[in-house]
Design a binder for this molecule. Structure first.
Ligand code: GLN
Length: 240
């Protein structure tokens, strides 16, 4: 069994340690004897046909503008993979660009892939700080957010979770992130996966099931240390 991860724009889109999510996926797969191949995707590269997991991190407005043209070129292929059930985790900047558009504070509109029916416009203030959300699928999730974008969810996507601490999608409607098929979009940096291992396991399990064409169940790992890290981060977020 193997997971083949398409890592979108690792040079341009890697804010606040988001690359750590790739390390967490690699570790949690290899600890189970699952082979891992990470395919860094840079503008103009080919997307291998056997990708079964997609990851994209956060980025400054300028980085998002830098990748806009190339992202438009691969958007149909990414959309096809997501529609076919390939799992994806997109963080902040690429979460925004998996939506319809991101309009920066200067009024520049950066076109998205239209995979997720959501739109983002920069607000006056940046939304910054520790964040805890409650998600139906994964329980409490903890991370860190830093974005100007205010995201509104449209028809067909549901929130990844609801904010307990922090701003989330827009600091108004208590939603955070978006869920569509096996795609997760979220503002949570951290990186999110080491302290929220159930999400990593979801992505690995969906990737293996996609490639096998049948349901694959992952063996459980001893997540004692991850649980301690999670609880400590949640406690810190709830008391600051
Ligand atoms: N540039 C986007 C914003 O400010 C995304 C930031 C990020 O990826 N942390 O909202």
């Amino acid at each position: 069994m193997k997971i083949k991860i398409l890592h979108l724009y690792p040079k341009e889109m890697n804010l606040y340690g988001d690359r750590g999510n790739i390390l967490a996926l690699e570790k949690r797969a290899t600890w189970r004897g699952i082979k891992v191949e990470v395919v860094p995707y840079e503008p103009g590269a080919k997307i291998p046909s056997d990708i079964n997991l997609i990851f994209g991190g956060g980025g400054q407005d300028s980085s998002q503008s830098l990748i806009e043209k190339d992202l438009q070129k691969i958007a149909p292929r990414l959309k096809e993979l997501i529609e076919n059930g390939v799992p994806a985790l997109t963080i902040c900047g690429l979460y925004q660009l998996f939506g319809n558009f991101f309009e920066t504070k200067d009024g520049d509109r950066i076109e998205g892939t239209h995979i997720l029916n959501l739109s983002t416009k920069a607000g006056e203030e940046r939304l910054i700080g520790n964040i805890v959300i409650d998600s139906l699928e994964f329980g409490e999730i903890v991370g860190y957010e830093n974005h100007s974008g205010l995201t509104s969810l449209g028809e067909g996507v549901v929130a990844f979770g609801n904010t307990i601490v922090g701003f989330g999608n827009n600091g108004e409607d208590k939603t955070e992130g978006a869920r569509y098929k096996n795609c997760i979009g979220t503002y949570l940096h951290g990186p999110i996966l080491p302290k929220n291992p159930a999400i990593a396991d979801f992505l690995i399990e969906r990737a293996l099931s996609f490639s096998a064409g049948k349901e694959i169940e992952l063996e459980k790992l001893d997540d004692g240390i991850e649980a301690l890290a999670h609880e400590s981060a949640v406690a810190r977020a709830k008391t600051t």
